[in-house]
Design a protein around this ligand. Structure first.
Ligand code: B12
Ligand code: GDP
Ligand code: MG
Length: 385
């Protein structure tokens, strides 16, 4: 039995035409409590979405919670999609209470499903079994397909002891790397999703990547990596999306983020890489804007919501001194006008040519997001390394 030396990464999801997400929510919390990193996709997920995500996230296994009665066909389709996309080695397990019978399970197992958990199984017993069944150390593999090879390189960077940034020195196709930071809940993920939609339209042959950093729980080391739930437009093969848990690194990014950026940059496949920080505080500098060494990104965006707590609070936010772009999101809120005046005055005093935008990212086709994306797109060919 291999030893669990590094966190297990499990992708969980609920199938298409199924809104029963309360069971999987319980399972997710329990997995994280047992030190597991959970990449959660939400409900109403297609087999393609699950397979694509599992490969990009390089997970140890996929757990599906199915109550809609279509489990035999659906699990089968996920396994087929995984095989077709180079993820044949990723085991698929799941549950669905009483909707999955013992006879169904026998058939599903014959078709490649690894394990079904039935109604009444105690949560602890499930967790212990999952850890035993799926713990394995990822190794380099020369036979991987494009996305699985990229994903594996990022995994290896995550588990490697080296804290040094790997600089590939790659200077091929131009890739523009944009860092997106801001407090939790300000709308970073929503803005990134809106950027994704605009990028896919603007560059019909282009590819983009998203590196979404989320915090690890300090007590258990587990994590719920949930940014994919709101990544609606990332359900496209032209988008490579990878979630990174911070694993105790307190800068707002995973320790592996610099290496992951470099892996993606060096692949030469991406026109745009968006890096989302975890919710950051006043003294954070996730992208090393103020560092003496090389910045991690070509440009940076700070997203704030109108509720930052008044002008004095505003004075304290370090990233307001360095971010190239500032978005006041949630401009549908009455406080937004005051926020615009106060933040405008604050960055004007920096005299660095920082640009301020008001956005309502929750609204599709928002003109503020249009303007912000246009400004970033205009900058990217010049600044891309
Ligand atoms: C709660 C519930 C709802 C809630 C869902 C709330 C939510 N956000 O999830 C509400 C009321 C909204 C609802 C709605 C509906 N429901 Co409903 N619902 C249930 C109910 C009562 C419980 C399911 C549940 O959450 N169980 C709790 C979990 C933790 O326990 P468990 O199921 O025993 O699962 C165990 C293992 O299987 C394992 N497990 C489960 N999933 C996973 C995943 C992983 C990764 C792992 C490791 C383990 C694991 O964990 C448990 C360990 O003991 C079941 C009936 C039942 N008793 O099962 C019906 C049931 C699933 N619902 C049913 C139906 C028909 C519906 C509706 C279509 C009703 C309607 N006509 O509108 C809608 C559809 C909603 C939708 N959009 O999909 C039917 C499905 C019939 C079928 N498939 O043939 C059921 C079976 C009820 C019935 N007997 O008719 N439902
Ligand atoms: N009212 C309003 N809500 C928004 C807006 N943008 C995002 N949200 C909501 O704010 C919540 C947090 O957004 P999210 O993008 O996850 O924030 P993050 O933590 O910064 O990534 C979600 O429920 C979004 O739907 C907006 O412009 N207006
Ligand atoms: Mg987010």
């Amino acid at each position: 039995m291999p030893i669990l030396r590094k966190p297990l990464r499990i992708l969980t999801a609920v199938p298409i035409c199924d809104g029963h997400d309360s069971a999987v929510t319980t399972i997710n919390v329990e997995l994280a409590r047992h030190g597991i990193e959970v990449i959660y996709l939400g409900y109403h997920c297609s087999a393609t979405t699950i397979a694509r995500s599992a490969i990009q996230e390089d997970v140890h296994a996929v757990g599906i919670s199915s109550y809609n009665g279509g489990h035999i066909v659906f699990f089968d389709e996920v396994i087929k999609q995984l095989k077709a996309r180079g993820g044949a080695g990723i085991p698929v397990f799941g549950g669905g209470g009483g909707t999955i019978t013992r006879a169904d399970e026998r058939l599903m197992k014959r078709r490649g499903v690894d394990r079904i958990f039935f109604a009444g199984t105690p949560l602890n017993a499930m967790m212990e079994e999952i850890k035993q069944l799926y713990a394995r150390l990822p190794k380099p593999d020369g036979k991987l397909t494009v996305d699985s090879a990229l994903a594996r390189k990022i995994t290896l960077a995550e588990i490697s002891a080296s804290k040094k940034r790997q600089n590939s020195g790659f200077r091929g196709a131009k890739t523009f790397v944009m860092g997106v930071a801001g407090p939790g809940g300000a709308g970073k993920s929503t803005i990134i999703d809106e950027f994704t939609s605009r990028f896919l339209k603007l560059r019909p042959d282009g590819r983009m990547a998203i590196l979404a950093n989320d915090p690890s729980h300090p007590d258990t080391g587990g994590a719920i990596l949930g940014d994919r739930v709101s990544a609606i437009y990332a359900q496209d093969d032209r988008v490579f999306f990878r979630s990174l848990a911070t694993r105790g690194h307190l800068t707002g990014l995973s320790r592996a983020a610099p290496a992951a950026i470099e892996v993606l940059r060096a692949s030469g496949q991406f026109n745009l890489i968006l890096v989302e920080s975890v919710g950051i505080g006043q003294e954070s500098d996730p992208f090393r804007i103020f560092s003496r060494g090389r910045q991690l990104v070509d440009s940076s965006l700070l997203v704030l919501a109108p509720h930052y707590g008044g002008r004095i609070q505003l004075q304290k936010i370090g990233m307001l001194n360095g971010a190239d772009f500032v978005a006041i999101n949630k401009c549908d809120h009455p406080m937004a006008l005051t926020a615009r005046t106060e933040i405008g005055a604050r960055i004007e005093s920096n005299d660095r040519g920082q640009r301020l935008f008001g956005t309502v990212a929750a609204r599709h086709f928002d003109t503020g997001v249009d303007r912000l994306f246009a400004a970033i797109s205009a900058l990217s060919p010049r600044k891309a390394r």
